[in-house]
Design a protein around this ligand. Structure first.
Ligand SMILES: [Fe+2]
Length: 275
């Protein structure tokens, strides 16, 4: 289910496979390693101990919050990510991206502060209603199997109850601007997964990058761990996929609107528009 590759041989075949649910892992990329090194160097300006042990610090939550905000959407990281896309032959001339975000998943499952938290079961497309959306995700430190990303691949084609019919991105943005955090940052799952649902627990090293359809149902792992997890993520939407009608199935998203405004063109910085 996770296909390891170094570069894209054919855009159309790659995208079709991606939107049918294949999860790709890009290995042996010099730019992916550069991204990890650059983030680690940036982190060291503010925090010099082992990343894996961050949860042992007295003020771990505050440090996490500060690191995440310092590292958010830095131009040097966006440029390196663009270099990575070029290196793997991903077409960038019609590619839009959201923000480059570093996330810290604490060792203890229950500890949560905004982006510094474990994430519950969701599809990223529940937040945007854009099924051409591609997720890129990568670890910065060595992952422990008790603190990694988990996929539920059989739900790629199967619906599950959720709150998309009542959630609205604009309401969420409005509330955050007012400093109110009582509105969920994304739609929520409303049902339990079926018993014996198959899971894929991601095994990936720093310097490798995972690429998957934003429609995949996924979450952070739920166990308590001995390590803090540092990862980064960014999402892309390619205009050629919209025009070429290449997209993942919508099995259960009932959002009233699409939210292309969170995506900016990789080069021109124009905002994505979907008619
Ligand atoms: Fe996600």
């Amino acid at each position: 289910m996770i296909e390891e590759i170094n570069s894209i041989k054919n855009q159309n075949t790659f995208k079709k496979s991606l939107f049918r649910g294949t999860i790709f892992k890009f290995s042996n990329s010099k730019n992916a390693l550069k991204i990890v090194d650059t983030i680690k160097k940036e982190v060291q300006n503010y925090y010099s101990n082992n990343l894996e042990s961050l949860h042992l610090e007295k003020d771990a939550e505050l440090i996490s919050k500060q690191l995440i905000s310092k590292l958010k959407n830095q131009d040097q990281l966006l440029n390196l990510f663009e270099d990575f896309l070029k290196e793997i032959n991903f077409e960038i001339k019609d590619c839009y991206r959201d923000k480059f975000v570093v996330r810290i998943a604490p060792a203890e499952f229950k500890k949560a502060t905004y982006e510094a938290s474990r994430i519950g079961i969701h599809r990223d497309t529940w937040g945007t209603n854009i099924f051409e959306q591609v997720n890129w995700w990568a670890p910065i430190n060595n992952l422990d199997q008790t603190n990694t990303l988990i996929f539920y691949p059989e739900y790629f084609n199967q619906p599950i109850k959720n709150t998309t019919s009542t959630w609205d991105l604009d309401t969420y943005f409005k509330k955050r601007k007012l400093g109110e955090f009582d509105y969920p940052s994304a739609p929520q799952l409303l049902d339990d997964l079926k018993k014996e649902t198959k899971t894929i627990r991601v095994n990936i090293n720093p310097g490798e990058i995972l690429c998957f359809s934003g429609s995949h149902l996924h979450s952070s792992s739920k166990e308590n761990s001995n390590t803090s997890r540092f990862s980064y993520e960014i999402r892309t939407v390619s205009d050629s996929d919209i025009r070429g009608k290449r997209y993942a199935p919508n099995v259960d998203c009932a959002l009233n609107a699409k939210y292309p405004k969170i995506f900016k063109h990789m080069v021109t910085k124009n905002i994505l528009e979907i008619n």
